[in-house]
Design a protein around this ligand. Structure first.
Ligand SMILES: [Mn+2]
Length: 332
């Protein structure tokens, strides 16, 4: 399908994830191309800290996409995403390789959609094996990380094909690099924030609430919330931090509670910021101006106290939560 001199653009979903980036690298290898003749595009940049670490360590270059820039290419390929995702922004695709269900079929001349698969990286690994391509350490590391992150460490939606790809890639990959991607470095200044916060840690009725004050990065709030959830007797954790002009709040539970974390933050903060998420993890981002307008002060201790109050009332008032606690106590 792809002629010798054809310029090919590989387009990924917004805020590309490891599966998408690894699949793009694999397609480029399959086509025998380099980053000049086959650049990788996305309409928005990579934002998640682990994904940015992957981009950095594996030196993946992603060019900002635009409808005009892509129109200049002879062929457009999409991996880990399908044409309907882009709508009018990108009406044409020549090659589509993906595992996401639920898209309307497109008229791309080459389509390989395997909705049973846990990752697109699995499909790409099969192509590389069939074509007897050499899989470099860099490519193997990317693909392994792609399979692993899309299947949440081989726990979700994983098939025999994914496991086969995983075992094929594992000996070829750089396990040290993977460890680095998994555990992003913490800034040293965070040690102080951490120690101050730990000295205030209290568990009331299974609930921990902490406000870290000013933080350098969004993921520090999330990491702190995950960390606090590990202490005995903790069922719910809310960790807040000031990031730029916003107050960011991460809410976590063990997914054994009946109340959804997403619903909880929507209910408490929906009127002053963007709030939502899943049953066991949710987030609220509130402009500090909006917080001040509703709550009066943005002093760190005052925010922490108020958050404790809000979450305590919200979780206690929910009939499902009271019932599930009673059940848990009964079974202990
Ligand atoms: Mn995927």
């Amino acid at each position: 399908m792809v002629g010798e001199g054809d310029r090919v653009a590989i387009v990924l979903q917004d805020d590309p994830d490891p599966d998408a980036m690894a699949s793009a690298m694999a397609l480029r290898t399959l086509l025998g191309r380099n980053k000049l003749t086959t650049p990788i595009f996305s309409f928005t940049p990579v934002t998640r800290p682990e994904n940015r670490t992957m981009v950095h360590l594996l030196e993946i270059e992603i060019t900002p996409a635009s409808t005009e820039a892509l129109a200049a290419f002879d062929k457009v390929a999409m991996v880990d995403v399908q044409p309907p995702y882009f709508g009018d922004k990108l009406p044409r695709a020549d090659i589509v390789i993906d595992h996401h269900p639920g898209y309307a079929p497109s008229n791309a001349p080459f389509q390989d959609i395997r909705t049973r698969y846990g990752s697109t990286a699995t499909i790409m690994t099969e192509y590389l094996i069939c074509a007897e391509e050499r899989i470099s350490e860099r490519l193997a590391t990317a693909l392994l990380y792609g399979v692993r992150s899309d299947t949440v460490l081989l726990k979700r939606r994983v098939t025999d094909d994914d496991l086969l790809a995983f075992t094929h890639l594992y000996p070829l990959a750089n396990v040290n690099l993977l460890r680095h991607i998994d555990r992003p470095e913490l800034p040293l200044t965070f040690a102080k924030v951490l120690s101050r916060a730990m000295s205030r840690l209290e568990v009331n009725n299974g609930l921990v609430v902490l406000n870290l004050g000013k933080v350098a990065r969004d993921d520090l709030i999330v990491q702190m919330a995950d960390f606090c959830l590990q202490f005995e007797g903790v069922e719910w954790v809310a960790v807040a931090g000031k990031l730029g002009s916003n107050l960011v709040i991460a809410l976590r539970n063990h997914a054994t509670t009946r109340v959804s974390a997403g619903e909880t933050v929507r209910h408490i903060f929906g009127d002053i910021g963007s709030a939502g998420g899943h049953r066991d993890m949710a987030k609220a981002v509130i402009p500090l101006r909006a917080w001040r307008a509703r709550e009066g002060t943005t002093r760190d201790r005052a925010i922490e106290g108020r958050l404790r109050q809000l979450f305590t009332v919200e979780l206690a008032s929910s009939p499902e939560e009271t019932e599930s606690r009673a059940l848990q106590r009964g079974s202990e």
